[in-house]
Design a protein around this ligand. Structure first.
Ligand code: AP5
Length: 208
């Protein structure tokens, strides 16, 4: 198996499923969104440049994203393949990625637009371990976060206005990638409008 791409609109459940697939496959998760948020928090030059795009719900320019990926996949844990979450998001990013590493599966989690706002606006994350929850659909267990100490975090871009812009960017710039990967025979669709466990089971069976 080569590297995997988790594909889908904002709030489709890419991060949620990446954490579960990682437990089964051992492939490290590379989330460009997480890398950018870390850069913003640390006020690095990349973070300072990316922040405005992220706050508006627009895609960060390809050259910034590709420089981050090029560095990240040189790290030793990426030697036997990785799981990309939220990357690539444009055809130029996919073309550049195909020159860097081999992709064996693109797993598309499909969720209708009308589900996206409620998913994103109810999202919380444990700031200590990164597990993703939802106020209604996937609440923090009454016993607390599995890591032992739940620290609630909400993302700055998880508001209705920004979500609608992110969805617009997805349809305009990212969804054309489906056809690009379909032509290469790598694209697999999964219905993401179901219980989290059912989706995980389908994704894992596609990887077998
Ligand atoms: P990024 O961080 O990648 O955000 P995103 O793509 O908008 O995706 P999300 O993280 O919002 O959603 P997800 O699919 O991971 O869903 P999750 O599992 O959390 O990007 C943020 C920004 O960074 C972009 O807008 C852009 O500016 C920039 N950026 C990042 N990468 C870039 C790139 N490659 N190029 C250019 N710019 C880039 O689930 C969401 C919620 O739903 C959670 O609360 C979860 O508990 C719940 N949930 C999950 N599954 C289910 C289910 N089956 N049923 C009910 N609820 C569910």
């Amino acid at each position: 198996m080569g590297s995997i791409v988790l594909f889908g609109p904002p709030g489709a459940g890419k991060g949620t499923q990446a954490q579960r697939i990682m437990e089964h496959t051992g492939l490290p998760q590379i989330s460009t969104g997480d890398m950018l948020r870390a850069a913003v928090k640390a006020s690095t030059p990349v973070g300072i440049e990316a922040k405005g795009y992220m706050d508006r719900g627009e895609l960060v320019p390809d050259d910034i994203i590709l420089a981050l990926i090029e560095e990240r996949i040189k790290e030793p844990d990426a030697a036997n393949g990785v799981m990309f979450d939220g990357f690539p998001r444009t055809v130029p990013q996919a073309v550049a990625l195909s020159e860097m590493t081999s992709i064996s599966h693109v797993l598309a989690i499909e969720v209708p637009d009308e589900r996206i706002v409620e998913r994103i606006c109810g999202r919380t994350t444990c700031g200590r371990c990164g597990i993703v929850f939802h106020d209604t659909f996937n609440p923090v267990p009454s016993s607390g976060c599995p890591c032992g100490s739940y620290e609630e975090k909400r993302r700055a871009d998880d508001n209705e206005d920004t979500v609608l812009n992110r969805l617009h960017a997805y349809h305009l710039q990212t969804s054309p990638l489906a056809e690009w990967y379909e032509e290469k025979g790598l694209f697999h669709r999964v219905n993401g409008d179901r219980a989290i466990n059912e989706i995980t089971a389908d994704l894992l069976s596609l990887l077998e």
